[in-house]
Design a binder for this molecule. Structure first.
Ligand code: SAH
Ligand code: SF4
Ligand code: F3S
Length: 472
């Protein structure tokens, strides 16, 4: 197991010690309980970032800060950024821009920016030069450093812009989990796939798997703490364990977690089709605790586009995995990611993507217009697609999928389903939102005390985007 790289425990401890020193400073000034200074964390991007933000929150708490619900009330603002598309970066930059005004009112405010955007050298440099009120930036491998970076700013020892040479696993950081019974569990970090459009391998480093015993210990802790749903996270969970050389695979890991006692269920994401093993499909089909939902990003229905995307599977191979899933689980919910307007995408290529939608009949798709990312091969490809062409294709894609969604949702009407009650509905405060095996959330009337537990519902109606049900 020599090739696994962990940050040594004593190094982690140094930074946790810095956190405790900060907390002692607040304590000595009576800044505890309701008088403790506030922290606010703004998170962009994927579930991996949300899981990282839970660790940032854990560190902020250890530093003696208390969670506040608006940046205006905060003494520490941490922003966890995303770089996946231009839009994600723009949004983060504009919000960080607004923090300037809060800082003008409160010169003691500490602002730190982390995540995928500032793991790119040109972005970190930009913050150094043009955002004097940002005290530090930290890359995706430097979360454990945050207390020391905060301390440095407090002691007026200067600003920091951390970009590591190497990304290691930081075990043993405190966390503040989200509410509602569903929990993230990162099982691995980084990505080795270098899809030609994607920035992730450049900002998350190489694949590194956590040890099975660490993952199982965390799963046990989550279940004991009342978690009803655990989502295993990784950029490509299908290659879990490859760097460990201990024979563990995503399938064997899921089986071990399922064997833990308790009333909980398991999801996982994301699965790269090139590594989707028959063994994994079998585990999903046979383990009652695994949710019968498979998120399998296809990106394009054209094998030629897939080749240029460096996805390393063909449309036919992808369809064969779908066939196998449907054969094992005729009612399975399938979801995917699609990129429209990849360089060189012809009308025919795009038609093949529409054809893929009709073939698979996804419950839901996450679709994106291609966004060139600096430093990726696709950004330098010829035949970049004009925005109006991508935009028009994107609309056609959505309108086809709307029809499919409705058709797929209709199969649930009249059925009884078991959902995990996640919280109050975002669109209608009088309703609760729950999630079952289907990809779509279900809205229903019920008491807020149900949040975080399972409920039995009968589905009463549906649209393209939502399902409604009633408690049985
Ligand atoms: N590791 C996961 C998710 C990666 S990011 C996976 O492999 O599926 C989530 C999605 O963002 C990708 O699946 C892809 O559809 C989209 N995406 C990534 N880079 C993009 C880019 N440059 N432009 C548009 N969409 C992109
Ligand atoms: Fe990006 Fe591809 Fe890695 Fe997913 S598998 S994170 S799309 S490079
Ligand atoms: Fe964004 Fe980084 Fe996730 S680029 S999508 S936050 S891995």
């Amino acid at each position: 197991m020599e090739n696994i790289k962990f940050i040594p425990r004593d190094e982690i401890e140094t930074h946790l010690e810095a956190a405790r020193r900060i907390a002692e400073g607040f304590e000595s000034r009576g800044m505890v309980g309701d008088s403790a200074p506030g922290y606010y964390i703004q998170t962009f991007g994927c579930q991996q970032n949300e899981a990282d933000s839970e660790r940032l929150a854990g560190l902020a708490k250890l530093m003696g800060y208390r969670a506040v619900s608006s940046p205006d009330e905060a003494s520490l603002i941490l922003v966890n950024t995303c770089a996946i598309r231009e839009h994600a970066e723009k949004k983060a930059l504009s919000i960080i821009g607004e923090y300037k005004h809060i800082r003008e009112k409160n010169p003691e405010l500490i602002v730190g920016v982390g995540g995928c955007m500032v793991t790119q050298r040109h972005r970190a440099d930009k913050f150094k030069m043009s955002y004097p009120y940002v005290g530090f930036t930290f890359d995706t491998g430097a979360i454990h450093l945050v207390p020391s970076l905060v301390l440095k700013v407090m002691q007026k020892k200067g600003r920091s812009f951390v970009i590591s040479d190497e990304y290691k696993i930081a075990e043993g950081l405190p966390t503040v989990r989200r509410e509602g019974g569903a929990a993230w569990l990162s099982i691995m970090y980084g990505c080795n796939n270098f899809c030609s459009y994607c920035i992730v391998p450049y900002v998350r480093g190489r694949e590194r798997s956590r040890l099975p015993e660490d993952i199982l210990a965390e799963a046990r802790e989550l279940i004991a703490g009342g978690a009803k749903e655990i989502t295993l996270l990784g950029q490509n969970v299908n290659s879990y364990g490859r760097d460990l050389d201990c024979g563990e695979t995503i399938a064997s890991l899921i089986k071990k977690i399922c064997a833990l006692e308790g009333d909980f269920r398991i999801r996982f994401m994301t699965s790269h089709p090139k590594d989707a093993s028959e063994e994994l499909l079998e585990v999903v089909a046979t383990e009652p605790k695994v949710v019968k939902h498979f998120h399998l990003p296809v990106q394009s229905g054209s094998s030629e586009v897939l080749r240029r995307m460096n996805r390393r599977y063909t449309a036919e191979h992808y369809k064969a995995i779908i066939d196998s899933l449907k054969e094992k689980m005729p009612d399975i919910s399938l979801t995917t990611d699609i990129i429209v307007g990849f360089p060189g995408e012809t009308e025919e290529d795009f038609e093949a993507t529409l054809e893929m939608l009709r073939y698979v009949k996804y419950d839901m798709i996450f679709s994106f217009i291609y966004s060139p990312r600096i430093g990726t091969p696709a950004a330098a490809m010829e035949d970049q697609i004009p925005a109006e062409v991508s935009g028009a294709r994107f609309k056609r894609l959505l309108s086809l999928q709307d029809e499919i969604c409705e058709e797929r949702n209709r199969r649930f009407v009249g059925r009884r389903v078991k959902v995990l009650v996640e919280g109050v509905s975002k669109s209608d405060g009088g309703m609760l939102t729950g999630r079952g095996d289907m990809a779509r959330p279900v809205h229903f009337k019920g008491d807020e005390s149900l949040i975080g537990s399972f409920a039995e519902l009968e589905i009463t109606s549906c649209g393209s985007y939502s399902l409604e049900g009633k408690l049985i």
